[in-house]
Design a protein around this ligand. Sequence first.
Ligand SMILES: C[S@@+](CC[C@H](N)C(=O)[O-])C[C@H]1O[C@@H](n2cnc3c(N)ncnc32)[C@H](O)[C@@H]1O
Length: 254
Amino acid sequence: MAWNPEVYNQFKSERAAPFYDLLALLKIRPGLEVIDLGCGTGELTAKLADKLPNASVLGVDSSAEMLDRSSQTGGSTLRFECIPIEEHLRKPQQWDVVFSNAALQWVPDHETLFPQIISHLRPGGQLLVQMPDQPHNITNRLLAELAEQPRYAEVYQGWNRASHVLNLDRYAEILFECGSKSMQVFEKVYPLVLKDVDALVTWVSGTALLPYLERLPESLKDLFLEDYKALLSKHFSKTPVFYAFKRILMEATF
Ligand SMILES: C[S@@+](CC[C@H](N)C(=O)[O-])C[C@H]1O[C@@H](n2cnc3c(N)ncnc32)[C@H](O)[C@@H]1O
């Protein structure tokens, strides 16, 4: 999927807020070996590395467009690799910390993925993950609904972006089943205050809209955006637009 760092970074501070909440849950020790799954541009991976004394931090991401920027922020203990998360998890490496901010919602089958990720943690290791609570976020639900309208369904041929995100309590159960010694699993609303619905479309166009648009012919893209805006306008009829964007945060030690 083609990511656009310019569009993604238009809401830099809004997108960084949950990262800092996740970072605050990190148990800092010297000399940690850390992996950041789906590190994006690597700017926040650099902030993670800054917090850690004598750490070795590896950021992995499958998007060359996002990683293109990483060299601007990379320090001596910070490396990046352009590789899908699923492929990297097939390597036998062990880590003290697996960190992932706003990325695992793109990777399917969390029932298998989370145990697999946890199996890469050393004893005493910590997992830290943040993801949007897609099934409960209206911007995602309306996209899925629009894709089922006949003129788009004809193009998508049964495709729709299924949400991979599970319920909060299921993540807690998975952490327990994988032998966690302690955990914090919670949902938090990140209030988004935007000028109007156009700004909300721009917010979504940095992430969730991408797989829908890239599957449409040029002739349908503007129409899809107009229809999506109309659906959003019914829901967000006041200005400024207030959107209670929900995210799941979790940390556990093993
Ligand atoms: C919303 S961005 C978050 C980036 C960064 N963690 C941050 O907080 O700014 C999601 C990132 O996940 C990456 N991603 C999605 N699916 C992936 C996969 N299967 N393997 C590797 N990276 C993936 C995308 O390329 C994108 O850079």
